[in-house]
Design a protein. Structure first.
Length: 366
């Protein structure tokens, strides 16, 4: 660590010690801004008057040695008799090694979606955005509200997630090659050798896709609990085994979800509105600030559900009749499908498209 950073840290700690002598500290959070190579951390505390104080900053390498140094630093400067909460953004995959390390050490870790931190940061009076100010915003966010503890995914869920994301990348690659093949064949004088190589690549990608699907389906059946959940989810019209696997993997079998609204927000299917008084009223739209893998998986499922399930078709038709935007109606069906999957999982009852009709008939009989 440079002399400048050491002096800054020493000054912050001295100021911190002065502050804690005046009031009782009730909460402390270590905000961590994660990048590929570096971890920028900020230690913050909240006193009994709910005043927030950012006490110390430091930087560590995003490596195993850096993790150990970070934890040692945090233990040194944090209160011994007060729980310390580690808070970080879900930055791709670069935060995962740190979360596993801290969890294995028994630390309280919270992983937050970037859009939540970004929205919170806009409320702060920060003009310059740097890694340091980002860690400060994360620390303040953690101090300002209660956060759930990060739950380590089961080994099976983790493998399912790895396979479903590998397949997603493969399908993206296949789409690119198909588009390139179409462009090449549409030329005035296409190169037949190029065309043949592209066709061979598509055949190879198709073969790998089949391999991943076989491995994935085998994995779903290897765990009794997950296998039972897949059976329940696939009872919903439009939901196949692959879609069920993606939802299970991305939600850790719904372990991170408390209610339907939270699930919709996590998937980025929550509605974003802009309205002020009577003069400003923007169009409602989904936030898309969530898990894109869930939204992508549910798109084709929504089209199937609209085609073959009268309940979802009625929702689609009603919304199209209201605003005339088919894509907006499809997204609404996506959200309903996801919420239905959550309900089926929680109740452990298979989906019944005629549920309301059956309820009415039972009432008539009684």
């Amino acid at each position: 660590m440079s002399t400048g950073k050491q002096n800054e840290e020493r000054f912050s700690i001295i100021h911190y010690i002065k502050m804690i002598g005046m009031k009782t500290v009730i909460k402390q959070v270590l905000g961590i801004d994660v990048s590929k190579k570096e971890l920028i951390v900020c230690l913050g505390k909240m006193d009994s008057d709910l005043q927030v104080e950012l006490c110390a900053h430091a930087a560590f390498a995003n490596t195993e040695k850096g993790f150990a140094a970070l934890q040692k630093w945090a233990v040194k400067f944090a209160f011994k008799d007060l729980p310390l909460q580690y808070v970080m953004e879900a930055t791709g995959v670069y935060h995962e090694a740190l979360t596993y390390f801290l969890d294995s050490k028994g630390e309280y870790v919270s992983v937050i979606l970037p859009n939540k931190i970004n929205n919170y940061a806009r409320t702060l009076t920060v003009k310059t955005v740097t890694d340091k100010t980002a860690s400060q915003a994360i620390a303040q966010f953690g101090l300002s509200r209660p956060l759930d503890k990060w739950m380590r995914p089961s080994p099976v869920c983790k493998k399912i997630k790895q396979l479903t994301r590998e397949r997603d990348q493969l399908m993206n690659e296949r789409t690119i090659v198909k588009n390139q093949l179409h462009a090449e064949q549409s030329e005035a004088e296409p190169n037949k050798f190029t065309v043949n190589r592209m066709k061979k690549r598509i055949v190879f990608l198709n073969k790998q896709d089949e391999e991943i699907k076989k491995e994935l389906l085998k994995l779903l059946k290897s765990d009794e609990k997950i296998g039972a959940t897949v059976s329940l989810l696939t009872s919903i019209t439009g939901i196949g085994e692959i879609t069920a696997a993606i939802v299970i993997a991305e939600t850790n079998c719904f372990e991170h979800v408390r209610n339907r609204r939270q699930l919709a927000s996590y998937a980025g299917l929550d509605v974003k509105e802009k309205q002020s008084g009577t003069s400003v009223k923007g169009k409602s739209r989904i936030s898309k600030k969530g898990n894109r893998y869930l939204r992508k998986a549910l798109h084709m499922s929504a089209l199937t559900a609209i085609k073959y399930d009268s309940k979802f078709k009625a929702v689609f038709d009603r919304l199209v009749a209201r605003h005339g935007i088919k894509m907006k109606a499809i997204v609404a069906v996506q959200r309903q499908l996801l919420e239905m999957m959550f309900a089926v999982h929680k109740t452990r009852n298979r989906y019944d498209p005629n549920f309301m009709q059956n309820q009415v008939q039972e009432m008539k009989i009684n």
